[in-house]
Design a protein around this ligand. Structure first.
Ligand code: TRP
Length: 443
């Protein structure tokens, strides 16, 4: 019998742990900053509601109905169905995401330890720009911290679904919620912070004319929720029949969005209060924000807490990504969980080394005009994840019969069920296709 979550709360918190991560703090802040703030936020929320939520329900339902790993989730129509290819792609995709995600998580860990020991504040006297650039240009440290983060994730996954994944999320996620709310509360007391709030909530409608804004909002919705790459189908396979999936998915989507908003309220008011640039890109959390912290009363303490939050949130997401290939190895190769965790982690570590070196040894090797890590992040979020979403929508909406789909997702023919199915069949594929085609210039 497949292992199951110990409780409904445990399942929801573990799933929120998967969703809440670097995407909500590091990525959300910089993407919102680059795409104009409030209007981006609005479009983002729309995508979460109309695309993300229906897909999340569908992915969880596939996982539970499949009763196995991410590949089995696409074999519901029949074993050996060609749709299972979509499952394999998502397993490889999850491993690929984890490979570079671990690198950024490693940066967060390095900053947390540096902030806690005080080294960070001293070493950065010449400015965080130089500090950060020197750090990520190294050949040893980025790889070292990437490895440490992966080892932590592996240790948790080796512990099992209930005793490892569920247990750490049960106590960590509430702590992280308290931390982020506290940080935002403090940032909002800073003089000048209103400008940051204004940036997040006062619309500048002109960005509506930018096609890449929609692509970025879509990519961010996928990345932040964590849909399209088999994490939810894997976590869904550990859910019991008596759980109500739509309700759990709503809780996860709400939790994830609230987290991003509150994290934005911790970062932007501080950035604006002290005159930083909100559109600083991926460096926002590692250069602009710490610079702001140094100038802020009690900033070094805030820094410790902020980077602890970033590291821990990244860890729970890494755990979810690692569980995807690990469950495949356990199911298909009959591997022992601890062995599978160790081997898979080692492979992912090796795949991620070029990403870790992409600002140092490999800095001259630009892929599509950007450093390797940036290109992978951009390509994964804006293309691979939406394609994963298309596959789920097509499989659940068109391949499965409506009766099977509705029943698998606990919808028993209600109005909300029909709305869900219609979104999956028409609205979701149409929106994703239009946005993808516009972004590559076909439309
Ligand atoms: N959602 C996580 C974040 O916001 C990252 C993540 C976890 C993810 N699982 C995923 C992204 C699956 C894409 C697919 O940081």
């Amino acid at each position: 019998m497949r292992e199951q979550w110990g409780s409904q709360t445990g399942f929801v918190l573990a799933t929120i742990g998967a969703a809440v991560g670097l995407g909500n703090i590091w990525r959300f802040a910089y993407i919102a900053g680059e795409n104009g703030g409030a209007v981006f936020l609005l479009i983002y929320l729309l995508f979460v509601l109309l695309i993300g939520l229906p897909l999340m329900i569908a992915e969880l339902a596939l996982g539970r109905r499949g009763g196995g790993d991410a590949v089995a989730a696409f074999e519901i129509d029949r074993t050996g169905s060609p749709w299972r290819l979509a499952g394999w792609v998502s397993v490889v995709g999850a491993a690929l995401i984890l490979s570079y995600y671990a690198v950024i998580a490693g940066w967060a860990l390095k900053y947390f330890l540096g902030a806690a020991t005080g080294d960070l504040w001293q070493a950065a006297e010449g400015g965080f720009g130089g500090y950060f650039d020197r750090f990520i240009a190294g050949s040893v440290e980025p790889v070292l911290w990437q490895g440490v983060m992966l080892a932590l994730a592996a240790a948790v996954v080796a512990g099992g679904v209930k005793k490892g994944i569920e247990r750490i999320n049960l106590w960590l996620m509430p702590v992280l919620a308290v931390i982020v709310i506290g940080l935002a509360g403090y940032a909002l007391t800073l003089p000048g912070s209103a400008k940051g709030v204004h940036f997040l909530f006062a619309p500048d409608w002109s960005v509506l004319a930018r096609p890449e804004m929609y692509l970025n909002a879509l990519g961010q919705a996928f990345f932040s929720l964590g849909i399209g790459m088999a994490v939810f189908s894997t976590y869904g396979s550990y859910v019991g029949r008596n759980s109500r999936l739509p309700r759990s998915a709503v809780a996860v989507a709400l939790g994830d969005t609230a987290f991003a908003l509150v994290a934005g309220l911790a970062i932007f008011p501080a950035v604006f209060a002290l005159g930083g640039d909100p559109a600083a890109g991926p460096r926002l959390a590692f250069i602009t924000f710490p610079q702001v912290l140094l100038a802020m009363p009690g900033g070094t303490w805030i820094g410790i807490v902020f980077f602890l939050l970033l590291t821990a949130a990244a860890l729970t997401s890494m755990i979810s990504l690692l569980e995807v290939p690990v469950s495949v190895a356990c199911d298909r190769l009959g591997a022992m969980r601890s062995r599978a965790a160790l081997t898979v982690t080692l492979i992912i570590f090796l795949i991620g080394i070029p990403s870790a070196l992409s600002y140092g040894l490999l800095a001259d090797w630009q892929v599509f005009g950007r450093p390797l890590l940036d290109t992978i992040d951009h390509g994964v979020s804006n293309f691979l994840l939406p394609f994963g979403g298309l596959a789920i929508a097509a499989y659940v909406g068109w391949r499965l019969t409506p009766v099977v789909a509705l029943e698998a997702a606990d919808f028993s023919g209600s109005l909300s069920g029909r709305l869900w199915l219609w979104l999956l069949r028409v609205a979701v594929p149409l929106t994703i296709s239009v946005i993808l085609m516009r972004s590559v210039g076909v439309l």
